[in-house]
Design a protein around this ligand. Structure first.
Ligand SMILES: NC(=O)c1ccc[n+]([C@@H]2O[C@H](COP(=O)([O-])OP(=O)(O)OC[C@H]3O[C@@H](n4cnc5c(N)ncnc54)[C@H](O)[C@@H]3O)[C@@H](O)[C@H]2O)c1
Length: 373
């Protein structure tokens, strides 16, 4: 039992050292990784197998959503096709299925998840499965299962197998009592959606596992993400993607948020690059485990005006969705991401004009190709 005794001693020390400056203890614990689930069931411990000199072997959960396929493409370019496995509970479209490894994985199935991690010698886990804000409000109990119970499975598997774990959080992790303009990394977080509550829970649990068990937990709070080739999954910022498709296809757009609703936003390339940079950042550059990242901030009115510079005939009308509006009104208007910029050099590439130009070029050429076919 000497290992258990050493671990209890280290854990006790960590508990007695309440500040965030837990670096020396974290390093000591990180040499042996275990999960509370393992301790209670069979008290077996696993050594960390990840070596910084190897290419990581990455598993992406919820990989068929707006962000996963793009992240897999980027990581596969960097680490090799077979080193990045996409997973989801949905059937992948043929081009995704043929572009690299895909596997069925329901994050609520702990045993299956563990089998995938073990059989594929996974070292990095990017946890994208979630129900987003608007969809979560429409199905609270499923959101609670996927976003909270699912996260517990992920945390235990990651701790047990010494994985580096990335879990995205969101502007939705803040609420009406948070400072909104700008919102700093550390402030009151009392969100009013199940999505936001589950993301605060994820931030806190991840940080707790980091300090308690040495889990290499990394988390970025994404703003609303805008992408041309993947559809958003039911969030409050979806309008900022839909406007481009409708503008190109019909010349008309009906917005479900009020014209003056200002929210932080980011082009998908910046978001995915930030994710890879955060995952690769040396541990000693991270003064925190959860960071805000930002690029721009705009309202529907300002976005429409920028689109109209390219497509002057675009007609925009407003039909407010009360659920989404209430959510947006409780979220940050502007995000303070100075800690990410100072600690690990975060820098965005896309501001509003570049975003609009890129989206219209992409969607325009896409619709010209489909018309020609
Ligand atoms: N897209 C954004 O604007 C945005 C902003 C902030 C944070 N995020 C976060 O980034 C992550 C990815 O976002 P996204 O936009 O790609 O989400 P999405 O809704 O488009 O995709 C989520 C995926 O999770 C899958 N999923 C649902 N239940 C599952 C289960 N039980 N097991 C396995 N997979 C399951 C779904 O099939 C879906 O493909 C999420 O955690 C989200 O909270 C996204």
């Amino acid at each position: 039992m000497p290992v258990i005794r050493t671990l209890s001693k280290v854990a006790k020390q960590a508990l007695l050292n309440p500040g965030c400056g837990c670096q020396p203890i974290t390093v000591a614990v990180r040499t042996i990784s275990f999960s509370p689930r393992q301790v209670t069931s069979d008290a077996s411990f696993h050594s960390v197998s990840f070596s910084e000199t190897d290419h990581p072997k990455v598993l992406i959960t919820g990989g068929l959503g707006q962000l996963g396929v793009g992240l897999a493409k980027r990581l596969r370019k960097r680490f090799g096709n077979n080193n990045v496995i996409l997973s989801d509970i949905r059937k992948p479209p043929s081009h995704v299925f043929h572009s690299g490894p895909f596997i069925y994985s329901d994050i609520l199935d702990y045993k299956n998840l563990r089998e995938i991690v073990v059989n594929n010698r996974i070292t990095w886990l990017v946890h994208y499965s979630a129900l987003l804000s608007a969809v979560g409000e429409a199905n609270v109990s499923l959101a609670r299962d996927v976003n909270i119970t699912g996260l517990h499975n992920i945390l235990d598997i990651a701790a047990e197998h010494g994985l580096r774990l990335f879990v995205p959080s969101t502007i939705g992790a803040f609420g009406p009592t948070s400072p909104r303009n700008p919102t700093p990394d550390l402030c009151v977080q009392r969100p009013r959606t199940i999505y936001g509550v589950s993301k605060v829970h994820a931030e806190l649990m991840g940080e707790y596992y980091h300090h308690r068990y040495g889990l290499d937990f990394r988390c970025l709070r994404y703003p609303g993400i805008i992408s041309a080739d993947s559809q958003p999954g039911g969030g409050t910022t979806d309008y900022a993607v839909a406007i481009f498709h409708d503008a190109v296809k019909t010349g008309k757009f009906e917005c479900n948020l009020k014209p003056e609703t200002r929210l932080p936003m980011m082009y998908i390339d910046d978001c995915l690059r930030a994710t890879v940079e955060m995952m690769e950042a040396p541990a000693d550059t991270l003064s925190m485990r959860t960071y805000n990242i930002n690029a721009m901030s705009f309202s529907p009115e300002e976005l429409a005006q920028e689109v109209q510079k390219q497509l002057p005939d675009l007609e925009v009308t407003y039909d407010i969705d009360q659920v989404r509006q209430a959510i947006a009104d409780s979220w940050p208007m502007n995000f303070d991401d100075s800690n990410a910029r100072n600690d690990w050099g975060w820098k965005h590439d896309y501001d509003l004009p570049e975003l609009v130009q890129t989206m219209l070029n992409y969607i325009g050429s896409d619709s010209r190709i489909s018309q020609a076919n």
